[in-house]
Design a protein around this ligand. Structure first.
Ligand SMILES: *Cc1c(COP(=O)(O)O)cnc(C)c1O
Length: 387
């Protein structure tokens, strides 16, 4: 198949006429910052996830940082999490003065291995932060019971998992809080934006303060009085504009369509790669509804296949470099890189082989078939070279 001219990215947004109109209406209105569209978006998200509250913030990283704080994570605490994630999930722990305790992942789902969590629990452990990798939820039943047994809070990183389900329940409804991102590569976008979902009134009220400089706007007798505010704790401005929320609301209308398109492409890949040598397809465990944020394969000769596909203008990507391998973490926790294969055998195994193929709703059938043809071509060339 002939090489395409333009690089096909691994993920991207899809903006419609309706999105343009929705944003334009805000620009013509009196309210640009956090306002009526934010409230509407929150209502919509909470009801979709099946929780009492949702709160929008500037981005997914802020959502994680604030959710952990609102759930009581403080300096000196430890949070158990996966090293196989975008660095923001662990950074959010560090921002709170707490430290991370990495637990190895499952080789087949790339999710935190819930069977290893309990032995990592110590006196200092305060929370578990599972990341639903690629859009497949972690083993939430087991994680929930470990948390209950040891009195830990669960905060979900649901940045990959809008629409994902475990045993018929939505990701973001299992933990004390769920943290979403609306960056353009995620399921729906606000340009930049994030949100926290929670069933807890207490967490929700704390989050309201944390989003707004720590200001309690009706501390001294109700919002009716203009001067009743009190700064209760130190926090930043984590607001998001109503312009962004209008875009998010409009995008929400197409979420089911987006999810369906993602699933169709993933199914087509699965079908095309079935039985191919040198490549392992992602699996979906029983009881899960996959949200297909990314489609990751394991390739035996990943680096060479990666190079070949990039040369064919396919924007393959490696999600992720294990967080402990970043120098900030290696130094901060005094880690010895030669220990990594022993301490995190599955993470290291997956890291050496994983590759994300393009997957986004706006991809055409030709795009998908192009990727398939080139993956097959690349694998063939590599096997020949090897033999
Ligand atoms: C995107 C992402 C985040 C951060 O979201 P931002 O909105 O970019 O700050 C956090 N965790 C994971 C796993 C992500 O993929």
């Amino acid at each position: 198949m002939q090489k395409r001219d333009k690089t096909l990215p691994y993920g991207r947004h899809w903006i419609s006429e309706a999105d343009f109109e929705a944003v334009k209406r805000v620009l013509e209105s009196d309210f640009l910052t956090l306002g009526p569209r934010a409230a509407k978006f929150e209502e919509k998200l909470a009801s979709y996830i099946g929780v009492k509250h949702a709160l929008v913030v500037g981005n997914g990283t802020a959502a994680l940082e604030l959710a952990l704080r609102a759930c009581g994570v403080k300096p000196g605490d430890k949070v158990i999490t996966t090293p196989f994630s975008f660095v923001a999930s662990s950074n959010a722990v560090l921002f709170n003065g707490a430290s991370v305790e990495f637990v190895d992942i499952e080789k087949d789902t790339f999710n935190l291995d819930s069977g290893l969590i309990e032995e990592a629990v110590s006196e200092q452990t305060k929370a578990i932060l599972p990341v639903h990798f690629a859009g497949q939820t972690c083993e939430m039943q087991q994680i929930g019971s470990i948390a209950k047994k040891h009195d830990l809070v669960v905060v979900e990183d649901t940045a990959h998992a809008l629409g994902a389900e475990f045993e018929g329940k939505k990701a973001g409804s299992f933990g004390k809080a769920g943290c979403f991102s609306f960056h353009p590569v995620k399921h729906i976008t606000m340009g930049e934006g994030g949100a926290i979902t929670t069933d807890s009134q207490e967490v929700f009220e704390r989050l309201l303060l944390l989003r707004w400089h720590g200001i309690d706007r009706d501390a001294k007798g109700g919002r009716g009085i203009g001067f009743a505010d009190d700064v209760k704790e130190l926090s930043r401005n984590h607001r998001v504009s109503d312009i962004a929320c209008a875009l998010g609301l409009s995008q929400f209308e197409r979420l089911e369509e987006f999810l369906q398109k993602r699933e169709e492409i993933a199914k087509r890949y699965n079908e095309a790669f079935e039985g191919l040598e040198g490549i392992t397809m992602p699996i979906t465990k029983p009881g899960r509804k996959h949200a297909w944020h990314i489609y990751c394969v394991l390739a035996e000769q990943r680096d060479r296949l990666f190079k070949f596909l990039r040369e064919q203008n396919i924007g393959v990507n490696v999600h992720y470099t294990p967080i402990y391998r970043h120098s900030l973490y290696t130094k901060m926790f005094g880690l010895n890189p030669s220990d990594f294969p022993r301490d995190f055998p599955n993470t290291e195994y997956v890291f050496k082989r994983i590759m994300a193929l393009p997957l986004f709703p706006k991809m055409s059938n030709q795009d998908t078939e192009y990727v398939i043809a080139k993956v097959k071509e690349g694998l063939k060339a590599l096997t020949r070279r090897k033999g």
